[in-house]
Structure formats: structure tokens, C-alpha cells
Design a protein. Sequence first.
Lengths: 402, 98
Amino acid sequence: MNRVVVTGIGVVSPVGCTIYDFWSAVVEARSGIGPISIIPTERLTARVAAQVLDFDPVAHFEPRQSNAMDRFAQFAVVAARSAVRDAQLAIDEELALDIATVIGTGVGGQNTQDSSYFRLYGQNAPKLHPLTIPRLMVNGAVSHVSMDLSLKGPTYSVATACASGTHAIGQAFHMLRFGQAPVAIAGGAEACVTVGTLKGWEALRVLSSDTCRPFSKTRSGLVLGEGAAMVVLETRERALARGARVYAELLGFGMSADAGDITAADPDGAARAMQAALRDARTNAEDIDYVNAHGTATTLNDRMETVALRTTFGASADRIAISSTKGVLGHSLGAAGAMELVASVLALQMQTIPPTANYEEPDPECDLDFVPNTARQGPLRKAMSSSFAFGGLNAALVLGRA
Amino acid sequence: MAIVDEVRQIISQTLKVPIEQITPDTRLDDIGAESLEIIEIVFELEEKFGISIPFNPNQASPSSGGAREPDQSEDLASQTIGEVASAVESLVDAKHAS
């Protein structure tokens, strides 16, 4: 069994596209949530989102390349390029044949779907653009990353709604652990700020109309976000041999399904995923110092998650620092787990616990230490990042210091 | 604008090739048009002129006993811009006549 480490990070986020910008906003609880400006809002009731505003495809792509890509695939490619650069990974032809690429996305090419259906039903156009399917397919992101970086090993997309990014990184981690690849690019990408997607979420009555306040008594629902986060994973042996900078070690990955309700999450299912991750990491609950929680700021999720955290961590639950970074990053569905894993990796490296932004008032039903609004210094030994998706699909990762 | 110039412009925009490089004698494959790009060009021409171009690279050809005819997009690729423009012109004329 190989040990697996994180050697590169790339982000395209609502708070910036460099590790520095991302981390400083997360630590300072500076929210990337704001009024929606990238789409028309007159038909929306909730008019806030965590949008990626400083992203210009022209700065990153030749027109012929970007023309074939939905926004979520563009985010994925830019984040993957940054991660490879950050890892100072030299990809020769031989290594390219072995590199695994696993990318999570919840809903795929929503911008393409929205504009195509508007054309078809709104404008009664007789035909759609020939690139409609290649742009909207869920594997668009992972395929474009593979093409852009010439990665030819095991390559696939993972779609488990809000847990996609966590599942993708976990799958890639296990591939490396069991010798199926020496290096992986893994993460999540989403660009779901479209009129159609927002109307769908609006209908579920879970969207906040002001901001995202995880675990706060005054929380008012989730806020959608967008972006991508990618990590370069390598076997520890390989990373040390090439003198790579190591951010953190991936220690464990756990998954479970609720097999219950399609939207209401079950604390038992969430706890089983977190427990499985601890077992996989051969780690005791007492050794975890930080949990980056799912923390969507819906009434139900945060209450359910508090119960699940107590079940998982028992007597340690009251001692562990727990935060949701969704107050800063919004909920970027399939990218969320990857962004949060990156936040957890940086927390270990910087020995700093990111706070829960926008926190106002304790909720008796969410009675753990949610690190309200202000970051704390470590020491941090091990951390967990967890995601609990609609559809009852749960995933958690455990990481340790480099 | 003459139809041939509008065709040149559409091809230039779709392939991101400077319009000066596209003359009536240029063949589509001379300027690097690949199969999906040829389909995009067909789409853009249909949009621009309000016509329907009978083109399906997967269509079985009766002469080949129903087997896939693989080289129809290659046929189009080997046409010159002038030939494409005159085909468009006759479809536009047919539309106006009907």
C-alpha cells in the first residue's frame, strides 16, 4: 500500500484564482457571496450567489479551444493547469500514460443546457449549435483536462451531487494507494449559476436570499457558488524522490449511502461515512483536531450534521474545531468538496483553523465549536473534510500533516 | 455583400482563421477544418442564410448497400470555398423561388 500526498493545488474560486487569494479570504472570513451579476435576475427570488467574477476565458484559451467548452470545463482546465504548475510536475510522455484524472461535477454543462433550451423553447429556434452535446456532457471537464494536459491514464468523472469533489479525490487517492497510478489530478468543477438551475433550487425552498450562515441560529438557507479546485496527488515515495513540496498526506477515505430520503440527509449515513474514513485512515476520533464540515446552512443539514458529528467523534466532538467554509465560498455543488479539501490541506499546512463566516448566534441544536468568524492558530495534527449529497450519498476524507 | 464573401466571413469566424487566407479557391482542409468544425460551418451557414443543407456524415448511402458512408465530411473538406458558396447560393435561390 502506497502512502499518498498532496503536492499541488489549483483553484478557480469566488474569492480568487490563486492559493493566496483563496486562503486569505477563507481565513479572514471574507465572503465571496454577492448580488448575482452574470445572469439576468428578474425572474429569480434569491438573487445572491458566490460567482467567479474575475475569470476571462480569453486570458486562458485560444478561441477554438474555449468554443468547445462549457464554463465548468473552463474552470476545471484552469484549476488543473495551476495545480500542475504549483506541483512543479514535469509530465513527460511516459508519465502522461500513467497519470489518473478524476473530476467530480454535480450537474455538468448548465450554461450550455440553459442557453440551448432557451434557444429551443424560448426562441423557437429550429436547431441547436453542433457543440451542444460536447459542451454539456458531465465528463466535459475531465475530458478537457485530459486533452489540455495530455493525460492518458485512467480518466473519468464522478457525479454524486454535492459530494462529487470529495468522491473524486477519494477515488484518485485509493487508485494511488493501490498502485493503479503514480500521480493523479483530482478535484471538482461546477458552473451552476444559471437561471434554470437557480429556479430549480428555488423550487426546493432551500436558497437563502441574503447570505450563507452555517450553523448559526439565524441561518436562512444555502447560497449556490461556482468554481473549481484541483489537487495533484502523488505517492509519497515518488514525491520525496523528486524533492516535491508536500502540503499534506491523505490518510483515509470513507463513503456511505443513506438509502433513505432523496433530499433529507440521515445522520446515521453521514456518521457511517466519517467513521469509514477514520477506519480507512487507521485514525482515532481523538486524533482529529479540525473538521471542515458540509455545513450548507439549511435548517435540516446543519442540525443533522451536528448529530452525525457527535455520533462519529463521541467524547471528542466538543473538543474538535469544526467550521464550514461555505459562508465564504458558497455551495458549488460538485466543486464544493474539492474546494473544502483544499481549505483543509492549507489549514494543516498553515496550522490555522478557518472560521465559519457570517455566524451570528448559537443554535441549541448545533451545539459544537463552529469557530465563529475568527480563525484560530493550531496545533493541528489531523483534519477531516466531509460532504453529504442530495440523494443520500456521503463521503469523507482524512488528512494529516506533511 | 456577395454570398461568397459572407461564406468566407463565416468560415473565418468559425475556424478563427484570418479572412485574407480564405479565397474562393481555398479548400476547407487547406485551412485545417476538422470534422466537427465542418459541422459547425454547416450550422452557421444554415443560420445565416435560413437554409437547410442536406449534410449528414453518418448517413448510409444507398449505393453502399446501407453501410456507413465515411467520407462525406471529407468530400466537403475537399471542396473549395467557391464551390461551397455556389451550393449555398442555389439553396438560397431555391428558397426564394418556393
